[in-house]
Design a protein around this ligand. Structure first.
Ligand SMILES: Cc1cc2nc3c(=O)[nH]c(=O)nc-3n(C[C@H](O)[C@H](O)[C@H](O)COP(=O)(O)OP(=O)(O)OC[C@H]3O[C@@H](n4cnc5c(N)ncnc54)[C@H](O)[C@@H]3O)c2cc1C
Length: 509
């Protein structure tokens, strides 16, 4: 096919999810001619189009500005942890922020190929309604979530969990319900916590939905345990007795997230399971009786796929060890959260194993020795390692830089990390932080006329983040500061993560 159009920019960002949108805004604000290529027709990726509306991780910088701007208009719920954004307004606000930064957007544009000279990408090739187009650039940012551009550029990538023979994390499609009485649901939930049956230490009984799900399963009314744990995200700006909510609650297992046939199987499976789950909610869970299925998320809930091999591969143990780096550009506070690839009762790996305790992590002798769910191919190592909620690790700028190519970065869920490190960091707050850092990194790279991104001093990117209001020179504030100041002892919770429990039995994570 002939190339029908050519574009010339300094910074070319492929993929307009949370990471790509933040990169586009940062590059534009840094004064660079930038273009954002997005295959769909709106921005925000899994957060908006996947209905994953609750933002985990540290929320600062461009991410915080986005939430604040939405909250000012009544379209985000600001709270100390997991603020939520209304997805439709979220898309529009990101679009406004990108365009205001001076960065141009092309929608309906699928990046598939690139043209390289030696180790430098000269241009990307994309297909769109116009036909085949070529976009030249000085520096490229892969924010496709799946490292599509890195793959095209022959950058080495990893995919899936070696202990599960390369399977990816389970897949969950988000969905949106209308006419939910959240007041009634919250009251029922509160009453459930006082019910003698309630047991915070029994995963089957610690949440009303999960408890009822198990009952429905035992009674043969539900085919499967669809949601070993789930969160109902209320949308902003609605009456609490009759509102929209988004949920991600149903799992498909044994997934290969870069195989088109398997991706199709997952979508069909998710469509069916969402109907089952919604029918169960209507019949069994107070507050959902009159709800209707408003929409399946337009984007399937892929948690992980390809990860680039970068200049630094962030190790699984770096998260537990709360490792800091001179070129640390993002702070990360959350627990290990790799959703288990195969069916079973537990939702996610919330600890990893090591042969000896790791400094700064919360470690205990392993209790998984008889349970091969954690390491099906090898016996689990002697120590269970969990993140300490009072500490945090950093993502070094080098983990965004692709190896083997001089002018490519990857941000968001395809950045360079081992499987469990990625499983923890892939969430929206850090993804936007990585995007912001890559936008600044691209700008510095161009200004300094460097030959290769690996020659850029990442501590300068860190400094630029700080100068632009991202407080990397101090530990995370707000919710995370409250946790640090909470007087409690680390305990392994029923959800398998480390929480702090005080003398009165109150819990904090
Ligand atoms: C079920 C589920 C639950 C989750 N729960 C939470 C949660 O509660 N809180 C939280 O913070 N995070 C959560 N996450 C993680 C989070 O949503 C993602 O990791 C995050 O959105 C990653 O952002 P990203 O920009 O890297 O990728 P994505 O959000 O996947 O965005 C990638 C973008 O690139 C575009 N694109 C892809 N390929 C191409 C191409 N070749 N050319 C052009 N454009 C392309 C896509 O259309 C998309 O817009 C969850 C994820 C899932 C699946």
């Amino acid at each position: 096919m002939q190339t029908v159009k050519k574009f010339y920019y300094d910074v070319v960002i492929c993929g307009g999810g949370p990471a790509g949108a933040a990169a586009a805004i940062a590059a534009g604000r840094a004064g660079k001619r930038a273009i954002l290529l997005e295959l769909r027709e709106s921005l925000g990726g899994l957060c908006t189009n996947g209905y994953i509306t609750g933002i985990a991780g540290v929320v600062n910088g461009i991410c915080e500005e986005w939430v604040d701007r939405l909250a000012a208009e009544g379209h985000a719920v600001k709270r100390p942890h997991l603020p939520t954004v209304e997805p439709e307004y979220g898309k529009q606000m990101l679009e406004e922020m990108v365009l205001q930064s001076g960065t141009r957007i092309l929608y309906g544009t699928h990046v598939v190929e690139c043209i390289k000279e030696d180790n430098t990408i000269r241009s990307v090739i994309a297909y769109c309604k116009s036909g085949k187009i070529e976009i030249e650039g000085k520096v490229f940012i892969d924010a496709t979530g799946d490292a599509d551009l890195a793959l095209a550029a022959d950058v080495p990538t990893e995919c899936g969990n070696a202990e599960f023979c390369g399977l990816n994390q389970s897949v969950t499609m988000g969905f949106r319900l209308a006419y939910v009485n959240m007041k009634k649901y919250n009251e029922a939930n509160a009453a459930w916590r006082k019910d003698p049956e309630f047991d915070n230490n029994d995963p089957k009984k610690r949440s009303l939905i999960v408890y009822k799900e198990h009952k429905a399963y035992q009674e043969g009314r539900l085919h499967d345990i669809l949601s070993p744990g789930n969160i109902v995200y209320p949308m902003a700006g609605r009456d609490e007795t009759c509102m929209d909510v988004t949920l991600d609650a149903t799992h498909t297992f044994d997934c290969h997230n870069t195989d088109v046939e398997d991706l199709t199987r997952q979508i069909v499976d998710q469509h069916r399971k969402v109907i089952w789950f919604h029918n169960f909610l209507k019949s069994d869970v107070p507050g959902f009786e009159d709800s209707t299925l408003e929409a399946y998320a337009p984007m399937n809930g892929i948690r992980d796929s390809r990860r680039i091999v970068g200049e630094y591969v962030l190790k699984d143990t770096d998260i537990g060890a709360a490792k800091k780096f001179p070129d640390g550009v993002v702070q990360h506070t959350e627990f290990y959260d790799s959703h288990i690839p195969t069916p079973g009762f537990h939702t996610a790996h919330r600890h990893i194993h090591a042969d000896k305790p790791i400094e700064n992590a919360v470690c205990r002798p392993t209790q998984d020795t008889e349970d091969y769910m954690y390491n099906p191919l090898v016996r689990p190592l002697a120590w269970e390692v969990r993140t300490d909620p009072r500490n945090y690790c950093e993502i070094p700028f080098r983990s965004l830089i692709a190896t083997g190519v001089d002018n490519l970065m990857a941000v968001g869920r395809c950045f360079s990390a081992e499987y469990h490190a990625n499983g923890s960091i892939r969430v929206i707050g850090p993804s936007m932080g990585m995007g912001q850092a890559a936008g600044y990194g691209a700008s510095l790279f161009i200004d300094q006329k460097l030959g290769a991104l690996r020659d850029l001093d990442g501590s300068q990117v860190r400094r630029m983040m700080i100068e632009n209001g991202v407080p990397l020179d101090e530990p995370p504030g707000g919710h995370w500061k409250e946790i640090r100041e909470f007087k409690g002892e680390p305990v392994v919770s029923a959800s398998d993560m480390c929480v702090l429990v005080d003398k009165k039995g109150r819990t904090m994570r």
